[in-house]
Design a protein around this ligand. Structure first.
Ligand SMILES: Nc1ncnc2c1ncn2[C@@H]1O[C@H](COP(=O)(O)OP(=O)(O)O)[C@@H](O)[C@H]1O
Ligand SMILES: [Mg+2]
Length: 299
């Protein structure tokens, strides 16, 4: 078990299941699925706590009922919420549309963020830090932390020196045109000299990890997805879990892919502890069909 600090968002995800594909200009029918815990920071934190780690989430929620409810959900999932600021802004609220294929589209209705970077990070002597935030002002804070601690950072942002880290993670769908250039060069610009690996996920196509010398590539298992929300967050949680445990990048990539793909099979934003525990105790390395041997998941 390690102590992991996660910097990132907490959101109330309001979910609408569309009965037709999402098409610009269309008039669609959907079914409300209510609200659930979400936000990239929260999703990753919950999954890392489910893997047995001590997880401290550095985030902000409002002083409203949503903030109360999200803090209770995080606490019930075993996440340390003592470093979550209550600020005088509405809690982040996201609309999540899940299409009939299970693919999600998210609209963020404002972000509940503190005015400045969370300097309290320096008081937390954790084993690793995972950053899942779009803030542009975290560079100096992370540069200091990365001198002594493993920092894994999600991008975007892709600004120069915006994410000093040993490992960067990005989803191809978030990077847009930036994914088509020289990724190692982009990673070095964002993370600096400390960068060892840049990991890029590509939904059903799996993921690749690039270093100065090597390129690893692994496919995702083909599954019938239920809800892809939080797949990238579960992937990142698997990656951090493996790396803090001393795993090599090939091992970490394999575990991350299993976490990511498993997340697409659950109608939740965060991969729950019961799923994480079953993944960690199922046979490794993954055999084709191994996941489908697991007991049925709730739908
Ligand atoms: N349709 C899918 N089928 C199988 N695995 C998936 C699918 N979508 C996502 N995943 C898994 O989750 C990981 C992250 O997904 P991706 O869509 O790239 O990130 P994000 O959720 O940030 O958009 C993938 O590398 C893969 O392991
Ligand atoms: Mg995706």
């Amino acid at each position: 078990m390690a102590w992991i600090v996660v910097i990132g968002s907490v959101a109330r995800d309001e979910v609408v299941r569309l009965v037709e594909p999402l098409t610009p200009g269309a008039h669609l029918n959907g079914v409300s699925s209510g609200s659930r815990l979400g936000g990239g920071g929260a999703n990753t934190a919950v999954t890392l706590a489910g893997a047995g780690h001590r997880v401290t989430l550095l985030a902000a929620v409002g002083q409203d009922a949503s903030g109360d409810w999200l803090l209770a959900e995080l606490g019930a999932a075993g996440v340390d919420t003592s470093q979550i600021a209550r600020i005088n802004r509405p809690t982040t609220h996201s609309l999540v549309f899940v299409d009939p294929s299970g693919e999600r589209t998210i609209a963020n209705l404002g972000r509940c963020e503190e005015d400045g970077p969370p300097h309290r990070l320096q008081d937390l002597s954790a084993d690793a830090v995972f950053v899942r935030s779009r803030r542009h002002d975290l560079g100096p804070l992370l540069a200091e932390k990365a001198e002594t601690t493993l920092v894994v950072a999600h991008v975007p942002p892709v600004g120069p020196a915006s994410r000093p880290a040993q490992v960067l993670v990005a989803s191809r769908s978030d990077l847009g045109n930036d994914a088509s250039g020289d990724l190692w060069e982009l990673g070095r610009r964002v993370a600096g000299e400390r960068l060892r690996w840049f990991v890029l996920t590509a939904g059903p196509h799996g993921a690749r990890a690039i270093s100065g010398e090597a390129m690893l590539e692994a496919p995702a298992e083909a599954v019938v997805t239920v809800d892809t929300t939080g797949a990238g967050d579960a992937f990142a949680a698997g990656l951090v879990h493996a790396l803090v445990g001393g795993g090599s990048m090939p091992e970490a990539l394999e575990i991350a892919l299993r976490f990511g793909t498993e997340a697409t099979l659950w109608p939740t934003s965060a991969l729950p502890a019961e799923a994480v525990q079953r993944l960690l105790h199922s046979s490794r390395p993954r055999e084709p069909g191994a996941l489908s041997d697991l007991p049925a998941r709730p739908r």
